[in-house]
Write a protein of this length. Structure first.
Length: 311
């Protein structure tokens, strides 16, 4: 019997917020809302250069602390103008799977991966038996990663996730690998597919994210091959790793640098993403005094991806 995905078993009443932003701020605004706990973002184009973003949360009611965090985050990251349009708008009886099917098709990342929504997997064909197969030319020579659509930040759509996936081609996740803030589990899955012999640990402080990651591990046949833990770096204290995957905010990475230094073997690498270009100096300053140096960087729009190496 197939296990239902968290998307299918979730409550049918969702807390949501709506904001408007300039189109060039869409990526940043959606990312901020995900950092505040949103499980998905729906974006509609408005007249001119504006977009409307509706972020949905895995709860029937939004806690006041989440509402305040959203407002302070928008202000902190230069989106104060969007506060004028910020509204609570709970969503009832929405078919989110249908919403995702409108805009989430299999797509390539780098030279190795094809990211596919979960409904293309044989386990989920019962949801839509009329769904056409994945195009053979699109998938030729690719490792297919199936992702449950519930968590937008981690489906592979975001620039930061794509940086980490591409970086793994140049810095293979060999040996012992730690994925910090695994989210959907996409990076841990990719590491396992690229290097099946590696020992991989994935951690996340969010129990909802852990549930989604577990589902995605099962979808991709890697459950039992990845150790999944609810928590952060403290849960693996005393262990050592050769590759660390860190798709987190700049501030989170800075806070975790002491732990990263302690957890890494000599010459181990950290694949970092989630860094806003304007916050990069904060990380560069924080690296002083730690045995880590930047050996590769890439900027895509507002985002910077880095590869760090331990001396």
């Amino acid at each position: 019997m197939n296990e239902k995905s968290p998307l299918e078993t979730a409550a049918r009443s969702w807390a949501a917020v709506v904001i408007e932003a300039h189109s060039d701020q869409e990526d940043l605004a959606s990312w901020l809302l995900m950092q505040c706990g949103a499980q998905g973002c729906e974006v509609d184009m408005l007249n001119g250069s504006l977009v409307r973003i509706k972020a949905t949360f895995d709860s029937p009611h939004m806690p006041d602390e989440t509402w305040e965090k959203i407002k302070s985050s928008l202000e902190e990251y230069g989106l104060g103008e969007s506060l004028k349009s910020l509204k609570r708008k709970d969503v009832t009886e929405e078919d989110w799977l249908a919403k995702w099917k409108e805009g989430f098709e299999p797509f390539r990342v780098g030279t190795k991966f094809l990211i596919c929504p979960s409904w293309y997997h044989d386990l989920d064909k019962a949801i839509d038996p009329e769904l056409p197969p994945i195009d053979a030319e699109l998938s030729a020579g690719r490792l297919k990663i199936f992702i449950d659509p519930g968590m937008a930040f981690g489906t592979g759509l975001h620039a930061t996730t794509q940086f980490c996936l591409r970086a793994m081609e140049s810095f293979p996740p060999k040996g012992k690998v730690l994925d910090v803030g695994t989210g959907s589990g996409i990076l841990a899955i990719a590491a396992c597919m690229l290097q099946p012999a590696s020992e991989i640990v994935a951690v996340d402080t969010d129990p909802v994210a852990v549930d989604y990651a577990r589902r995605d591990f099962e979808l991709n046949g890697v459950d039992g091959r990845i150790e999944l833990i609810e928590g952060s770096t403290e849960t693996v204290k005393g262990r050592r790793f050769d590759v660390l995957l860190s798709n987190l905010t700049c501030e989170d990475i800075v806070a975790l640098l002491p732990d990263y230094s302690a957890l890494l073997n000599s010459e181990a690498v950290v694949l970092c993403a989630g860094i806003l270009a304007e916050r990069l100096p904060l990380l560069e300053k924080a690296l002083v005094g730690h045995p880590l140096r930047i050996i590769q960087s890439e900027t895509v729009g507002q985002w910077v991806g880095l590869v760090l190496q331990k001396a």
